[in-house]
Every structure is written in structure tokens, then in C-alpha cells.
Design a protein around this ligand. Sequence first.
Ligand code: TYD
Ligand code: MG
Length: 483
Amino acid sequence: MAYNPCAANIVPFHSIVSIIIRTDEAENEYRMTMKTKSVYICQSCAFQSPKWAGKCPSCGAWGTFVEEVVRDEKRKSSAGAAGTAKITTLNEVESSNGDKLITGIAELDRVLGGGITRGSLILVGGDPGIGKSTLMLQICAAISKHAPIYITGEESLQQIKMRAARLTNVPDNLMLLAETDIYEVTKAIAGSEAGVAIVDSIQTMQSAEIDSTPGSISQVRECAARLMEVAKRTHKPVFMVGHVNKEGSIAGPKVLEHTVDTVLQFEGEGVYSYRILRALKNRYGSTNEIGIFEMGETGLREVHNPSEIFLTQRSVEESGTAVCASIEGTRPLLVEVQALVTPTSYNVPQRSSTGFEYKRLQMIIAILEKRLGLNFAHNDVFVNVAGGVSLNDPAVDLGIAAALVSSLRDIPVAQGTVFIGEVGLTGEVRTVTAIEQRLGESQKLGFKRAVLPQANVKKMIRGYDIELCGVERISLALAQIFS
Ligand code: TYD
Ligand code: MG
């Protein structure tokens, strides 16, 4: 079945696709003979129960059971008994080493593990309005030579066209399909010349075999399974967009995570225009990498040097701020951490942390109290990582501690200082990984002094144009800065 790409904007798909359905007798027979049953499914963890219950016995969530009609699994196994399954040996399987489509969007390629793997199913999750559809359309533009098809169940074709007009390079012959029936969608992917498919969004897709509403767990699961099947069979990569619910997880999260090859999360923080693309799961690459974009008038722009952005609004003369050299994936990222320590007006002082793990903040406060004799008991403590990034690297501990002490004492940290080091419970400053990259980035951005673990300094093999203050204990580190 060949599609005329030039006619793509005129919605040629409905009529063409429905003709194929009529000719596919096997599928029709499958639809006719299938048995269905009604069960209650927890919308949070997909636990199934024959009866309604207020609380899910599996995940403990309340009020999450919804009645859904699902396909009788036994039909599947009896269909398998027909003996059509083909067994192969390892050497017969074609090797697919390095078989990746490089999009040229470096921030995306890195997160995907070097490009889009053929035949993979990629889930892209994120809050509404974060820019998922924009990213998808820009991917279409970047890989136009692979003939992408953009399938929308959410927006009209006119809306897509309006978005495309804001972006640069979206080719005029981009194939579009406005469809929500997953059967027709998979037929279009397999039957067209498209090399890559984008399904926006999985929550709007529905399968006629299932009576539940679109977006319910059994619909989402069935539709994802259908897309997985078509991706594997045709070797065409399929992106599917998924909305994040109020609790911050993708609908049917556990179910989808198991099904798909890659889960990408697109996130951003409130008023900031920065967007971070993160791999939560990746069968073809590391999950540590992040890609950074900036949303502008003409779509998403790649940010190749993120440190510069996360440091620009830094006011050096203020107390309560410090710069840490963190590693995100394989890339060094210099970020400013801010702390505000103020006398509390409550019986129980408040602790709040944005972009840094709350428990780890409590631990650092406890270490500062025990090892340095500081007192935070009558102070509220707020910690914030500037620019809306969240830091998981333990090497930022020392910077957080410096910002806390700087705010408590109201003494600014000396200009041009960068902090590197994990803090242990006994107050020791522990060795960190990738010290060369952290120092290299600090040097590149003009930092003059680095406070870092003594053990790292001892093992140093090359010199830097940066003063190195090796420290063994947190007390020593902070004494040096605030003496
Ligand atoms: P969109 O891709 O529709 O988000 P999602 O699919 O995740 O819901 O992006 C929506 C937002 O992005 C919207 O608020 C407008 C903004 N935007 C820009 O700022 N610049 C642009 O060039 C485009 C296309 C969108
Ligand atoms: Mg969208």
C-alpha cells in the first residue's frame, strides 16, 4: 500500500485504510470470535479483581478500581495451539548492531543511546503543555528522509499545521493521520511507506475489542501492545506520547513501562523555559543521560552548554548560594544551589527542598549539627536548585552544606569557588567519580578555586588552572571558606 506523501495534508487515510480492513479476513474473524469478560482493574497498578473494592490490595491506593471489559486471555492461548509459531536458532536472527536512526538532534540522540533504534517502541511522557507534540514534530522534521508519519488522536490536522508553521524545516510532505482506532493506526503504520511513526497520544487510542473508555488501563495496555507488535514486525520505530496524571505518573505506568523499550520523560519547571528530556528506562542505552532544550518562539532549541544557563542568574554577593559541579549522565553540569535559613515562627521548624532529595537534606543538616556544632533547630530551612534541575549526584552534598552554612552565618561564599564532594555520616568528604570532567567544566567556565575531596587530589594525574583545596572532613572544608 503506497501513500502519496504530497496529499498528506488532505487526510487521505480514512477511506484507504478501511478498504484494507475489509480484506483482512483473519483479523475480522479474530474480532468476531473473541470473548470478553468484565473485571475491576486498579488504575494505578493494574491489579485485577472480580469484585469492586475500595482499597487496592496490591498497591494500597484508594478508590482506583474501575470496571473494565477485557479480552478473555484463554482465547489467545487456544489461538496459539494452532501451531503457527515459528522457532528459529540464534544464528538465523539478523544482527542489528548499530542499526540506529540518527536524528541529528544531539540532545535527543544521546538520551536515546545514540539514535532511534529500529523496531523500538518509545514512550514519551510529560505534563500537558510541556512540549511533547512540539518535540515530536521537530523529530519529524529532523528525520524527514525516513518518511515519518504523525498520527494524532488529540488535535485536528489544522492544529498540527499551525504548530508546524511556527517551527522551521517541517517538510510539506509530512504524512499525517487523524485517527483513534488502534487497528487502523497499526494498519497505516505497517501499510504505508513510513519509516517512523509517532502516535500522539496513547490515551486517545482505542481498540474496538475493549469496551472501556480510551485512556483506561486496559485500553492503554492493549493499544500499546498493538503498537509494540507493529514496531517489532515492521522494524519501524514507534514513538507514543503519554500524558502524565496529577500524581506525576504516566497512566497505567507499570503496565506501559514493562511493555515499551524506552521511556522518556519530558519535564520542565514552572516559569522556566528549559525542558529536560530524561530516559527512565532504555533497553538500548544508559538511563543517566539528560537532554536539555529551551522552548522559544520557534519551538525547542537544543542547549549544548547547560552550565552557562544554570549559572547566569547567580548573584555572587549574596549569602546562601554555592556552585556545585554535578554529573548528569556523562556530562558535567555546573549548577547553583541556594539555601535560606531563617528563624522559625513555628514550634516545628520547616524543611523544604526543591531539586534535591529531601531526606538527603535532612541528613546534611544532621551532620552539620553533630560534626560542626551548628544549630538549625530554631530555623526554617529551604533549599532550591536554580534553573529547575533536579540533582541526584551525591557529589553535590558539599555544595549544599556550603550554601546552608553560608545562609546560617550570613557570609557569602567567595566568588569563583566550586564545590565537589559527597559527605559521609561521620563528616568525611568522600571521593567522587569523574573528577576530570567536573574540574574541566569548572575551568572552562572561569572558576578559580575548587573545594574537593583530598583523596581525589592525591590521585590526580594532570594539572588544572584552578586552585585545588583538597579536604578530608566537612569541618575543614567549611572552616576554609568561612574562616
Ligand atoms: P505542546 O507541544 O502542544 O505540548 P504537549 O504536547 O506536551 O501538550 O506545546 C505547548 C506549549 O508550547 C504551548 O504552551 C505553546 C508552547 N510553544 C512555544 O512556546 N513555542 C513554539 O514554537 C511552540 C510550537 C509551542
Ligand atoms: Mg500534545
